[in-house]
Design a protein around this ligand. Structure first.
Ligand code: S3P
Length: 458
């Protein structure tokens, strides 16, 4: 057990502004009203971690017997994973907020009758491809328009080198067909430091019972490695190299999913931009490959305290406390990017309210997320009155303290929607987000959670 408290440097508190916030969910616009100070306070929780939920569902479905996953995320992406796993023969109870989910796995998947539709979820598609590579049948995968645009060869190429056959009809993306079977061991250098590629190969190793060596991938999230170790597999990480040996046998397990730190980032950002109060997010995952954004926020002058409690299934869990802070611009180096890949939209929105010009270096991966996040962050920041630019692969944001107003086009991207909803709840802002409901991809009830911040939480 790792217990400790870490205090990030205190920022200067804003004591001037006065406002209240009215969240109008039905008309998808966010209007602050000047009545009293903007207070973000209380103790809150965020929904279960998306990455851990996907992996837990998949490993439980491939294990033999009944697993119970407490606190599983119930978002649209998690439902996509549950749906395709059911098509592959697992029995999974409905994903509901209360009570967790029970998965009955049969040790092997059975050939699905229909196409596996992965919805909006890149993690579902890529990790599933790894699992399917180890199964001796053919099946077809597709996704929504956003997912069909996202590159899959980064995963299908190494899986092909392991022995799977993939037919993508000359297009680097879904739909595609995969036929798995007997796999060979692989030693693969990653083209991008991506946890999804790394995990697809590790899961192919599990399903196909073959050794896997992966080079590169530093800084990307390591949930698959942690979970496999916890389940008894040998996963060694040394000299920027990961070695998986198929030593274990997948049994059923019970797991409690911590709150998603990427979801917490939006609420913490709202607290930093507020005038008053103290926000505590409890039960949140503190895996160091996910909390890189704490350090960036602290560099910007954020007042944050992090307290780590007991581990859960090999994952550190704890509490993050934040307070309103005066933010300064930041220059983020390229090697920090894999660790904050999902927090870049909200960090860019914080940079929009900081003093000075911020630069996020080498963020080309943003172009192949749920939307072209680099282009959409720039166009939306400009649309609400912030100077921003893509300079090569860098994102540059000029902070302003002028009230922000304008229309935000999310492109159906949950993290763009949530980032601008946070900006939109700020003093004097008049920001209209075209599709706030798409937040449900990772954070069901996000608008309501944002509204509760002013009320002080539970
Ligand atoms: C994820 C990995 C990240 C992240 C995504 C979830 C995962 O993608 O952006 O939201 O669960 O493995 P990459 O690994 O491709 O960067």
């Amino acid at each position: 057990m790792n217990t400790g408290k870490r205090l990030y440097p205190a920022g200067e508190k804003d004591t001037i502004l006065s406002l209240d916030f009215i969240l109008n969910v039905s008309s998808w616009s966010f209007h602050p009203v000047m009545t009293k100070r903007d207070r973000v306070a209380g103790t809150h929780r965020v929904p279960g971690d998306k990455s851990i939920t996907h992996r837990a569902l998949m490993l439980a479905a491939l294990g033999r017997g009944v697993s119970h996953i407490e606190g599983a995320l119930t978002s649209l992406d998690a439902r996509s994973t549950a749906r395709v796993l059911r098509q592959l023969g697992a029995t999974i109870t409905p994903l509901r907020t209360a009570g967790g989910v029970t998965v009955r796995g049969r040790a092997r998947f059975t050939q699905p009758r229909d196409t596996l539709h992965c919805g909006n979820s890149g993690t579902t598609a890529r990790l599933l491809l790894g699992l399917l590579a180890g199964h001796p049948f053919r099946c077809r995968l597709t996704g929504d328009a956003s997912l069909r645009r996202r590159p899959m060869r980064r995963v299908t190429e190494p899986l092909g080198a392991m022995g799977a056959r993939v037919e993508d009809r000359g297009h680097d993306g879904l739909p595609l067909e995969i036929s798995g079977g007997q796999l060979h061991p692989i030693d693969w250098p990653l083209s991008v430091p991506s946890a999804q590629i790394k995990s697809a190969l590790l899961l192919a190793g599990v399903a196909g019972q073959v050794p896997v060596t992966i080079r590169g991938g530093e800084g990307s999230r390591d949930h698959t490695e942690r979970m496999l170790r916890h389940l008894g597999y040998d996963v060694a990480s040394r000299d920027e190299m990961l070695r998986f040996a198929p030593t274990g046998k997948l049994a059923a397990f019970d797991l409690s999913v911590p709150g998603d730190p990427s979801s917490a980032a939006f609420l913490i950002a709202a607290s930093l931009l507020a005038d008053d109060g103290e926000l505590a997010i409890t039960g949140v995952g503190l895996n160091p490959t996910r909390t890189g954004y704490f350090a960036i926020m602290a560099q910007m002058g954020a007042t944050l305290a992090v307290e780590t409690g007991a581990d859960s299934f090999g994952e550190p869990v704890g509490t993050v406390v934040s307070q309103p802070s005066s933010l300064q611009a930041v220059d983020v180096a390229s090697d920090a990017i894999p660790g904050i890949i999902d927090e870049l939209p909200i960090l860019a929105c914080l940079a929009a309210r900081a003093t000075g010009t911020s630069r996020f270096r080498s963020v080309a991966e943003l172009r192949v997320k749920e939307s072209d996040r680099l282009a959409l962050m720039v166009s939306n920041l400009r649309a609400v009155g912030v100077e921003a630019a893509a300079e090569g692969d860098d994102l540059v944001v000029q902070g302003t303290d002028a009230p922000l107003a304008g229309r935000v086009t999310t492109g159906g991207d949950h993290r763009i929607a949530m980032a601008f909803m946070v900006l939109g709840r700020q003093h004097g802002a008049r920001i209209r987000v075209d599709d706030p409901d798409c937040a449900a991809v990772s954070f069901p009830g996000f608008a309501a959670a944002l509204g509760r911040l002013s009320g002080g939480g539970q």
